[in-house]
Design a protein around this ligand. Structure first.
Ligand code: HAM
Length: 420
């Protein structure tokens, strides 16, 4: 028989891992709602062109990493490699531009990229994604960064590094790109083949190159800050001023260009140690041209996404204590087959009073009590024929083994009292 295994680059998130996921998703949801972001859930697949146009034809994601296929109707479909393009599609399609601006939306769910798997890099991963649509103000950039900050702080992380840059806008970026290309032409023999190729196709990405050979060339490359137009320079200065006023540390990183083409002005990432080769837990920035590019009216916007697998890895690396998912406190034990139905009726009765419990499916008294222990129950309810005839049940405290026989009519009150 063929033995199946999970596809390369995917994870089975088993029950013992779930407390981490519950903890981060609950906390991120709480912060997002506290910041006035509303939840939105979209299809996991979209028209392929949405991503090729939105994310950019000459990006790693579109060139190499999309899970694209023809469906039975010959439509080219892609599993979402990120959320932003889909959110923008939904914003335009559902007429959300009439809503009070900025429109603040958050989502949580899986995304798919056919990448080379390694620690912290998966082919199916999960993102918490937030978008703030409809404001050109640097306060909007600040607000998204603060939200990321509050999330990581509140989760208990230390030593995270906020990386910040401006990538300019369609007015000033071409001028900078010319200067950069000119500079690289003078150093073309010193850089790797990948950079030679990138220089022709997507020149800003040369700044992102990790190859040792290219580092001296990158270090001495012209910096985009020196080529920003007045509007972009003011925007960047205002944002930095706000961050300074709040005392939020960040590093200006001239090399931060991000791997998606829609960014304008602000880009940022949050880096952390201890999550393998992939150090970015979060990436985001402003994308003032994307909504127009995808067929909407010109609408400035900014957002970020954080990878949940990397956040979980970081929780473990930084040994953050995560609350366990509480086990149902009550376990119902029945003595003999004829007690199965009465025992189940008892369980239904306490569940109706919002007391959680479960029941053994079979077994001797000893084995059922062992099951109760293993499942972390606080109390066992033991129902034998004698108790049933008297309208009673045995309530056993599993901590100290003390037990009393009490009337079934008083059971809910007694359990509520003991559990409160
Ligand atoms: P991104 O930088 O491509 O940006 O992804 C954001 C985060 O998702 C990364 O920092 C990382 O934590 C996680 N991530 C990305 N790829 C993988 C992977 N293969 N395995 C595990 N985790 C991964 C975006 O996706 C933009 N849409 C963010 C954004 C929203 N910009 C504006 N609004």
């Amino acid at each position: 028989m063929t033995k199946f295994s999970r596809p390369t680059g995917t994870l089975d998130i088993l029950p013992e891992e779930q407390p981490y996921w519950d903890y981060i998703i609950d906390y991120m949801t709480k912060v997002a709602r506290g910041y006035g972001f509303q939840p939105i859930s979209l299809p996991i697949f979209e028209d392929t062109q949405l991503f090729s146009r939105g994310v950019g034809e000459v990006t790693d994601i579109v060139e190499k990493e999309m899970y694209s296929f023809l469906d039975k109707g010959d439509n080219s479909i892609t599993l979402r490699p990120e959320f932003t393009a889909g959110i923008v599609r939904a914003y335009i399609e559902n007429g959300m531009q009439v809503e009070p601006k900025p429109v603040k939306l958050y989502s949580i769910g899986p995304a798919f990229r056919y990448e080379r798997p390694q620690a912290g890099r998966f082919r199916q991963f999960h993102q918490f994604n937030a978008e703030l649509i409809g404001s050109p103000s640097p306060l909007a950039d600040l607000e998204t960064m603060l939200m990321a900050w509050d999330i990581y702080n509140g989760l208990g992380f230390k030593d995270l590094a906020f990386q910040l840059n401006s990538t300019g806008c369609p007015k000033c970026r071409p001028g900078y790109v010319n200067v950069l290309v000119e500079y690289y032409r003078e150093h073309i023999d010193e850089v790797c083949d990948n950079c030679k190729r990138r220089l022709a196709q997507n020149p800003l990405r040369v700044l992102d190159c990790k190859s040792d050979q290219c580092q001296p060339v990158i270090a001495a490359a012209p910096k985009i800050q020196e080529h920003l137009c007045a509007e972009c320079a003011t925007h960047f200065a205002d944002l930095r001023g706000f961050l300074d006023d709040l005392g939020r540390p960040y590093t200006i990183n001239h090399r931060l260009v991000r791997g998606l083409d829609y960014y304008t002005k602000t880009v940022f990432e949050v880096w952390a140690e201890g999550i393998g080769a992939q150090s970015a837990v979060c990436g985001g920035g402003r994308y003032d041209g994307l909504i127009e590019l995808l067929g909407g009216a010109h609408t400035p916007a900014v957002g970020f996404a954080t990878g949940l697998e990397r956040v979980v890895m970081l929780l473990k690396a930084q040994e953050v204590a995560v609350p366990p998912i509480p086990a149902p406190p009550v376990f119902v034990v029945f003595l003999g087959k004829q007690m199965r139905s009465p025992a189940m009726q008892l369980l239904v009765q306490i569940r109706a009073a919002d007391i959680n419990g479960h029941i053994a499916m079979s077994g001797s008294l000893k084995s059922q009590l062992r099951q109760a222990d293993k499942r972390g129950a606080r109390f066992a309810l033991i129902l034998g024929e004698d108790e049933a005839l008297r309208g009673e049940v045995i309530l056993r405290d599993l901590k100290d083994g003390a037990q009393v026989s009490i009337s079934q009519a008083a059971l809910v009150d007694e359990l509520s009292r003991r559990l409160s």
